[in-house]
Design a protein around this ligand. Sequence first.
Ligand SMILES: [Zn+2]
Length: 210
Amino acid sequence: MEAFIRVDQYNFIKRQVQNIVNAQSTSNDHRVRSTIKSMAFERVCALFPDMTAEQEHILKQIPEIDDKEKADQFLIPLKQYVIPFAYTEQRIAKLFPKVKKLKVPKEKDLDLQEICYLSWTDYSTNQKFIVINANGKPIGLHGSFDSSRQKGICVICNGFEEVGLFLTKKKGEVQGTYSKKGNYICRDSEVCNHNIVSLDPLQRFTDLLK
Ligand SMILES: [Zn+2]
């Protein structure tokens, strides 16, 4: 079977499964536990309106989960159906033609099935690079990144994490003028990617800055 789960959807499923496991250990009420299971299953099904019988067969295991062990037995094999981030070093380098000494991360250092967006920071210049695949087309953003440590809400994952201000410079309508736009995002894009359960905030972030 082909991969059919986006990374954010996999994260969403993981979170639902976690809810089930938590409820099993914190609630003695059988009805509460079974309600949480069926709600989790419904929410996951809603992600896949065109679900095939094969896909349904896999996801139907969700209401059977009742402890961490069963959760892992479900989630670990499920990862093979996660669509990997479309990555080649060349493809990514092409997005930043004007950047000298671009340091694109190596594929061997990445788990492409855990990446909704690719990001890395060049600490020698304090530049942060972001690559998003929007409808199969890669979009590259780069800007300065204020790396002073502070906690806040990240606009991409909505998590309360260590964030920094990402600022992009855009050419203004009058020649020689610039406008700056920015947002607070996670310092650590690995943490951020694990938190993403919907691509909507990432899409809004990209629309604002591109
Ligand atoms: Zn984040």
